[in-house]
Design a protein around this ligand. Structure first.
Ligand code: 13P
Length: 254
């Protein structure tokens, strides 16, 4: 039994600032962010703020990541950044497949799979976001939707070591709505994801960290983290308030 009580999976609390944040918010995080020993804390600021935050936290346990990268290594892709640029900065992670990118920026399953490969090849840890829409859940197709998203990546990326990737289950209907999935719904899906990975992979899915995202707040974090297959959180709105974010970190302590 490890110190974390869930195999070798240390809890994670990650902040996805989306297109929010400012130099003032960066400065506030550098002053006030808690540095818990019992959890990994990762921040995904805008690409514009990534360099300064990464620099500030360079010699600390706080890690940073990009919210998005393009799926080619370099070239004439105006406005984009590459996985290698992120790696060179000293950041450690990149989100891929976030539902906002899938819905608004044309990140199809195939594009997500390509980006995932580029992120892993650059030596970053990909945080693969998956999740069903409300329609898919209401028509009983939630698992199928998530499996399709996982399969698309697995078809091009054969992972041997699940300690080097992270999955975030983010039901689209829970993102930014204030209505988080119940602990039961999130646990059920996350157990299915682990089971799916186990069957496909090397049987090392117990090392894979699966985060939950979607209206996580200080008030619901304890109940969610108590579930066996919820290894931490990807927090949107509530991560813009450092005090609330610190409380979410505190909630994963148990
Ligand atoms: P909210 O926490 O604002 O619902 O956003 C979740 C999310 O999309 C994190 O990536």
């Amino acid at each position: 039994m490890s110190v974390w009580g869930r195999g070798m999976r240390k809890p994670v609390v990650a902040a996805n600032w989306k297109m929010n944040g400012s130099l003032e918010l960066c400065e506030c995080f550098t002053r006030k962010l808690a540095r818990p020993e019992f959890a990994d804390v990762w921040i995904f600021p805008s690409a514009l703020h990534l360099a300064s935050l990464t620099d500030y936290f360079r010699d600390s346990d706080i890690a940073t990541g990009a919210q998005n990268v393009w799926c080619e290594p370099e070239g004439a892709y105006t406005g984009e950044i590459s996985a290698m640029m992120v790696k060179t900065l000293g950041a450690r992670f990149a989100l891929v497949g976030h539902s906002e990118r899938r819905a608004m920026f044309g990140d199809s399953d195939a594009v997500v799979a390509k980006k995932f490969s580029k992120i892993a090849e650059a030596g970053l840890v990909p945080v693969l976001c998956v999740g069903e829409t409300l329609e898919e859940r209401e028509s009983g197709l939630a698992f199928e939707a998530v499996h399709r998203q996982l399969n698309a990546v697995e078809d091009v990326w054969e992972c041997q070591d699940y300690s080097h990737e992270v999955i975030a289950y983010e039901p689209v209907w829970a993102i930014g709505t204030g209505k988080a999935a119940t602990a039961e719904i999130a646990q059920e899906m996350q157990a299915r994801i682990r089971d799916h990975i186990d069957r496909k992979g090397s049987g090392k899915s117990d090392e894979l960290r699966i985060l939950y995202g979607g209206s996580v707040k200080a008030s619901n974090a304890s109940e969610l983290i108590a579930q066996n297959d919820i290894d931490g959180f990807l927090v949107g709105g509530a991560s813009l308030d450092v005090d609330e974010f610190n409380q979410i970190c505190e909630a994963v302590k148990s």
